[in-house]
Design a protein around this ligand. Structure first.
Ligand code: MG
Length: 384
């Protein structure tokens, strides 16, 4: 029997992971959430977790009240996440928190020697060089949870990594597929949150609408699979059935398919290399009938273009692009900026921040702080 911890347990990935864990008798040692104390308390009672962490410290009293009488240790804040990342007797940590806050727990788990199921893409976008280097030194396995990276990981099984030619990273295109910039000027938060295929949290859903999500995944893929930018082809595939593919040197292309349900990649990351029944539905290709593939519109979806630019520059630029986007998405959700301004803010960060090597955690955190500040400043200028 496997024992895991789940960071981000009340989010979309976290709740589905608990469903998978329950089906396969995976023991849950610790749970962490940002602010949803009600659901976190219910999860603690259901799973018998020994530790519960609430990141938003102002919610501590509410969590304590909800868990009154339970035999559970309560932790708070980012220190709590790091404590959970370093617990003894854990086989795997699922990191599904949203944003840069996921980086330090990932590094902490690596130091502890715990394998990671990684759903927090910002970890690799901002600190990819550090994380992959340290994981290799410590012999830690990182199992991708993101559907595209899980697909690539699955397509690599049983083949020689050095014979890989390129990967084909598929993108649904999001809710604004086919739209041009002048049609996107006045889109509302509600329209942007209306994703055609996947049901996800608000940050990633906005990232899917801007295609920033694909840009982050592009960077994530480079780190996870040690690729050059020219080895990644982004293809818009509206149906989200082909989750990504790998092309080998003989031009044989192997794709992974399935219904768009995150429980499949979550389960593969948790149970690797086992393939047993998953709590989802099977794929019917004849129900779909037609699968389509197109080139992305790089002019309209400038966040994707900006991410590819950032990773090609290297150094701290991906961390800067990520930080600007986190601030911009928050501002868009709060009604402070328009949809197209998200891309402008990401591009602004890349052209303003001075690049340097991304050699240590402090550099990543400093870049993150600096870029958040300059992006906030820029938003204030836009307001006035
Ligand atoms: Mg994805």
């Amino acid at each position: 029997m496997q024992t895991i911890t789940v960071l981000g347990s009340t989010g979309s990935i976290g709740t589905q992971a608990l469903e998978v864990a329950e089906k396969h008798n995976i023991k849950i040692k610790a749970l962490a959430a940002n602010s949803n104390t009600e659901l976190l308390a219910r999860q603690v009672k259901q799973t018998g977790a020994e530790y519960a962490c609430i990141c938003n410290k102002s919610r501590e009293a509410s969590l304590r009240a909800a868990l009154e009488g339970c035999d559970v240790k309560i932790l708070t804040g980012n220190e709590g996440l790091k404590t959970i990342a370093q617990l003894d007797g854990v086989d795997k940590m699922l990191n599904s928190v949203v944003g840069m806050v996921g980086l330090e727990p990932t590094l902490a788990a690596i130091e502890k020697g715990t394998d990671i199921a990684l759903a927090n893409k910002e970890t690799l976008v901002a600190g990819g060089e550090l994380v992959m280097k340290r994981a290799a030194e410590k012999g830690i396995k990182i199992y991708p949870v993101d559907s595209e990276h899980s697909a690539i990981f699955q397509c690599l099984q049983g083949n020689k990594r050095e014979q890989l030619d390129k990967i084909i990273l598929t993108a649904s295109g999001g809710p604004f597929y086919g739209k041009k910039r002048d049609e996107l000027k006045n889109v509302t938060v509600q329209q942007a949150l209306n994703h055609p295929n996947w049901s996800m949290g608000s940050k990633i859903t906005i990232d899917s609408a801007t295609l920033m999500n694909k840009g982050l995944e592009f960077i994530e893929a480079m780190h996870l699979f040690a690729l050059e930018p020219r080895q990644i082809e982004v293809v818009v595939h509206r149906q989200s059935v082909v989750h990504s593919a790998v092309q080998y040197k003989d031009f044989s292309v192997i794709a992974q398919m399935g219904v768009p349900d995150m429980k499949i990649p979550i389960q593969y990351a948790l149970l690797y290399p086992d393939r047993v029944e998953c709590p989802t539905r099977e794929l019917s290709l004849t129900d779909y009938g037609t699968l389509t593939f197109e080139k992305p519109d790089y002019d309209t979806f400038d966040c994707l273009t900006a991410c590819i630019h950032a990773i090609t520059m290297g150094g701290i630029m991906p961390a800067a692009a990520n930080a600007a986007n986190e601030v911009a998405v928050r501002a868009f959700l709060d009604g402070r900026i328009s949809f197209l301004q998200i891309g402008e803010l990401v591009r602004n960060a890349i052209s303003t921040v001075k690049n340097r090597p991304c050699d240590c955690l402090e550099t990543v955190l400093e870049t993150d702080r600096q870029t958040r500040a300059l992006t906030e400043e820029r938003i204030l200028q836009l307001d006035s």
